[in-house]
Design a protein around this ligand. Sequence first.
Ligand SMILES: Nc1ncnc2c1ncn2[C@@H]1O[C@H](COP(=O)(O)OP(=O)(O)O)[C@@H](O)[C@H]1O
Ligand SMILES: [Mg+2]
Length: 360
Amino acid sequence: MAVISVINQKGGCGKTTTSVNLAAGMVKRGYRVLLADMDPQGHSTLGLGFNPDSLRQTVFDVIDAREQDVPLSTVTLEVASRLTLLPANVFLSAFEQSMSGKAWRESRLAKALFKVKNQYDHIIIDCPPSLGLLTVNALLASTHVIVPVDSGFYSLSGVKKLRETVEMLKAKVHHDLDIKHVITFYDHKSSFNKDFMNDLKKFSGQNNFFRTKIRRSIKFNSSQRLGKSVIELGSKRCGVAFRDYCGLTQEVIDWTKSVQNFRISFLRAGNKTAVRSRMVRSINLSYKGYGRDVRLAGVFNNWQPAPMNKNQDGSWVSAMELDPGQYEYKFVVDGNWITDPDNERVEVKNNIINSVLVVK
Ligand SMILES: Nc1ncnc2c1ncn2[C@@H]1O[C@H](COP(=O)(O)OP(=O)(O)O)[C@@H](O)[C@H]1O
Ligand SMILES: [Mg+2]
C-alpha cells in the first residue's frame, strides 16, 4: 500500500485534477482507494460531487486535537464502489492555529491514516497550495510524492522550495519519500514548453519524471462541473484527457508496487514520537494602536481574522510559528482592515495594500 501526496505550493497547476483522476484510475483498475482532501478550498470534495459547505464533519474533525479522537470512518463518504473520500471544507483553515504549540501536530494525519491502512490499497492526498502545517502532515503520512508542474513562469522556483522542504523532512525525521514530477497543461506545439522541460530536467533529473505528460484539454473543466472525473466519463467523451490519466495511473501503480507498508514515520506517529520542523520560527506580531477588538488576518491563516491577545501595556499581540518566507497580512481593528504602521507594505493590485512580514 502506498500513500501518495499530490503537492505543489503553486495554485492551479493540476493537483486536484491529478488527485481525483488518479484515484478514479486506480479504482477502475480494481484497487480500493481513499482520497483525502487536505485543502480548505475543498476542490477534491467538490470535484467528486459534494458541496463542501454542507458537510457537518470533515478531515478537520479527524486531525484536530480533541479529548477523544474522531474516527475517520465517521467522516468519510462513499463516492462509488471502492472509492472513499475524506472530505474538506473551509474549517480546515483553522487547523494551523488550533494546533499552535501542540505536540505531534505534524503527524495528526499520519496517526489517523495508520488506523485505517488495511482498508485501502492506495491513499491519495490532495494538498493545499502552501507548504504549511497541512502539507507537512501530508508529507509525514506519505510514502510517495507527485508534484504536478505546469510550464508557467513561477513553477520552477516552487519546485525548488518544495524540494528543500522534503529534504528537510527526510533529514529531520528520517522520513524518506519517493518523488516524481508530472508535467501538466502540456502543449507539444509550444517552444516555451520544450525549453521549460529542459530546464526542469536539468534541475530535477531525467528519472524524476513520469513519461506521461498531461496535455491541456478543456475536458477537465467540463468534467469538474459535472462532479465527475474524466476517467468516469470515459475515452469517448474525454479523449486525450482520459488517455493521459490512464497512462499516468499505470506508471504510478508500477512505481509504488514495491511498497509493502507504511514507512517509519507512521510507526513513530503511532507511538507518539514528536517531530518538529527545523525551519519553523516563532514570531510575535504586535499592534500598538487603539482598538476594542483587534484581529490578525493573513496568508498564514487564509485571511480568516483571528483574535489577538491584549497585553497589559494595551498593545495587541499574536504568536505564530512560521517557515522562513514572506507573508502578507493586515490587522482588523473594530471591523476595519488596516495595514501595520510598523512594517513594510506592498500594493497587491488596484490600490489594495497589504503589510508584509519577512521571516528569515
Ligand atoms: N491538463 C489540463 N488542461 C486544461 N485545464 C486543466 C488541466 N489540468 C487542470 N485544469 C484546470 O485548471 C484548473 C486548476 O486545476 P486544479 O487541478 O484545481 O489545480 P490545483 O489543485 O493545483 O489548484 C481547474 O479548473 C482544472 O479544471
Ligand atoms: Mg486544488
